[in-house]
Design a protein around this ligand. Structure first.
Ligand SMILES: [Zn+2]
Length: 87
């Protein structure tokens, strides 16, 4: 279940956001800008204005419905599977 993995990564702050990708050298190019034009950090993902849902860090820690709504809507990135050995 990709989304549960995503949620776990969000909880530990190691999601595949563009700022993390840059840190890990996985980003093509150097832009860490989200589609909405803001810096795409872990915190930003939770509150991105493009996403019709938002949630708080507490929601993520509790893995409640708010957090799942947010995670579910994030586009699944195939690189997640390639990154599993790192996690
Ligand atoms: Zn955004």
């Amino acid at each position: 279940m990709a989304n549960w993995r995503t949620l776990n990564r969000m909880r530990t702050g190691v999601g595949l956001t563009k700022d993390n990708k840059k840190k890990w050298g996985l980003l093509e190019g150097t832009s860490t800008t989200c589609e909405c034009g803001m810096e795409q950090s872990m915190k930003h993902i939770l509150q991105c204005p493009i996403c019709p849902y938002s949630c708080t860090q507490d929601d993520v820690m509790n893995a409640n419905d708010n957090a799942i709504d947010v995670v579910w809507l994030k586009p699944y990135e195939p690189e997640y599977d390639n990154l599993l050995p790192f996690m």
